[in-house]
Design a protein around this ligand. Structure first.
Ligand SMILES: Cc1cc2nc3c(=O)[nH]c(=O)nc-3n(C[C@H](O)[C@H](O)[C@H](O)COP(=O)(O)OP(=O)(O)OC[C@H]3O[C@@H](n4cnc5c(N)ncnc54)[C@H](O)[C@@H]3O)c2cc1C
Length: 481
């Protein structure tokens, strides 16, 4: 007689069901496999059980139980991270899916703040703010997948929005958070209610002591689970104009970008430089293309700024693009281009070779990396696997540029994945050795950045982690801690 073996429940199934309700607790194979990786080609691990708490207090109860039983906990938002997630112990870890914590708590139009639960989708939050005539610095992409808490904990250290190029990274616009600590305590950062019993607002990150909000920005969830977040909001601009210019060479486009970056105030809100290997996706005669999108509050303000862009680009040898090119600038400036990344994904799997370069080193390093990737593409025959790449330059502020080579390949060829990932790993090491920042810093298992910390900094971080998380419960192994 055939005996059908029924899988035993996770050891904490009953206790967790009591905390969040059995409706929001599952250890079924279907579910745990669905939570076994993020959106990147870097593999994750299969967790043991998934819970979907509905309040900060429930998160705290789960963490306390995990501490008593020494069970790893992996917080999860939209699962759109790009570093190989989740970690933890296969078959044992508790994944806390935060997406039931999705309430917009308050839009305060007097103080110009928004407070929302951490599991809210950035798309939903952005839409609700737009309806009221405001924006917050959320994310360029993936707009439909990221949660607010995941974005703030994630690879870009607080996130990068469509306005980051002129207003700086999102971290500057986060005022405070409610966090469940690794031992189950509940704290409010940012000097607001819950920090100092008399304070009502979260305007000053460092006004009443150290900036503890910063500890939970870009931490990958290592130091606690964010459950509520307060951000600055701004009036939505009412006028926007796109501009696209064509250039014959890297030197010409860089001359335009570098001059535009030096102007104060910036005559653009977004500026995206694309290499011919990227413009080949939408041009029959690919060349270097500069996409500019300028937002503002008055027609005259935006027209004046666009005039400045025109003058600089023409002086650098640029030729004004067609209406179709201006539309690309509009798609890049609103984020639509990146929201449509699904279309690119039909080419296959992708990995971003990303870094940030000081302006003065950009021409040298852009060409160095382009040559390196050309060589590796050739040696490893990546094109035979349907491999294509797009080189992109995004200025950030006055002194820094984000560089990305987006590589796509046929997903169903394991050999192709292996070879592209070899290039990705080499790229990360080369950029770190060049003294640069790798956005895949949190790459599992050790954390690329963690592996490159100086001994004294590593010791400091380890001491912090041990003090805050004595049982090493939350995202164990992240950063190599
Ligand atoms: C195609 C693509 C384009 C991208 N472009 C951009 C971009 O333009 N700008 C940008 O900023 N980012 C970009 N990213 C990166 C993305 O925004 C981050 O990876 C973000 O962290 C994903 O959010 P999530 O909600 O899906 O988080 P998850 O992937 O679920 O989690 C990310 C990390 O945060 C932790 N975490 C999740 N929720 C919480 C919480 N509530 N409390 C504590 N820790 C938590 C997790 O444990 C994990 O370590 C891009 C990613 C993709 C796939």
């Amino acid at each position: 007689m055939n005996v059908v073996r029924v899988k035993e429940h996770h050891p904490l199934y009953s206790e967790l069901s009591v905390i969040v309700g059995s409706k929001y607790t599952t250890d079924s194979d279907f579910a745990v496999w669905a939570y076994s990786r993020d959106s990147s080609p870097v593999p994750g691990k299969v967790p043991g059980i998934i819970v979907r708490p509905g309040s900060t207090e429930e998160v705290s109860e789960i963490i306390k139980l995990a501490n008593i039983t020494h069970t790893p906990v992996i917080p999860r938002g939209g699962g759109a991270s790009i570093f190989g997630f989740p970690a933890g112990i296969p078959g044992r870890s508790i994944v806390i899916d935060t997406t039931r914590l999705d309430k917009l708590i308050e839009i305060n139009e007097e103080n110009m703040t928004v407070t929302a639960e951490a599991g809210i989708g950035v798309c939903e939050l952005g839409t609700k703010l737009t309806e009221k005539g405001y924006y917050a610095n959320l994310v360029w992409a993936p707009y439909y997948a990221d949660t607010l808490g995941g974005l703030i904990g994630g690879v870009m250290g607080g996130g990068w929005s469509t306005r980051t190029q002129v207003v700086g990274p999102n971290a500057n616009h986060i005022l405070g958070m409610k966090v469940v600590t690794p031992t189950g305590g509940i704290i409010q950062t940012g000097g607001g209610p819950g920090t100092n019993v008399h304070r009502k607002t979260t305007f000053m990150r460092d006004g009443g002591g150290p900036d503890t909000t910063g500890l939970f920005i870009g931490d990958g969830g290592t130091f606690g689970i964010k459950t509520e977040i307060t951000l600055s909001i701004y009036p939505l601009e009412t006028v926007a104009k796109p501009r696209g210019f064509l250039f014959k060479s890297f030197d010409d486009i860089w001359s335009a970008i570098s001059k535009l970056m030096a102007i104060e105030p910036f005559p653009y809100t977004n500026l995206v430089g694309l290499a011919p290997n990227a413009t080949a996706l939408f041009m029959s005669d690919p060349c270097w293309v500069l996409l500019c999108y300028t937002r503002g509050y008055e027609e005259e303000e935006v027209t004046t700024k666009i005039k400045v862009v025109d003058e600089v680009c023409k002086a650098a040898g640029g030729e004004l693009g067609s209406e179709a090119i201006h539309m690309q600038a509009s798609a890049a400036g609103t984020g639509e281009m990146y929201r449509e990344m699904g279309k690119l994904a039909s080419i296959g799997m992708w990995v971003f070779l990303e870094t940030h370069v000081p302006k003065e080193d950009l021409p040298r390093l852009f060409n160095k990396y382009a040559e390196l990737i050309d060589q590796r593409f050739e040696e490893k025959g990546i094109k035979e696997y349907g491999g294509i790449r797009m080189d992109v330059m995004l200025p950030v502020g006055h002194g820094e540029c984000y560089l990305s080579t987006n590589v796509y390949w046929q997903v169903n060829v394991p050999e192709a994945r292996k070879k592209v990932m070899e290039i990705a790993d080499e790229f990360v090491n080369v950029t770190i050795n060049d003294g640069l920042f790798a956005t895949t810093a949190q790459r599992i298992p050790a954390g690329v950045t963690g592996a490159n910390w100086s001994p004294s900094y590593y010791e400091f971080m380890r001491t912090l982690k041990r003090a805050m998380d004595p049982n090493n419960i939350i995202n164990p192994g992240h950063w190599g801690l």
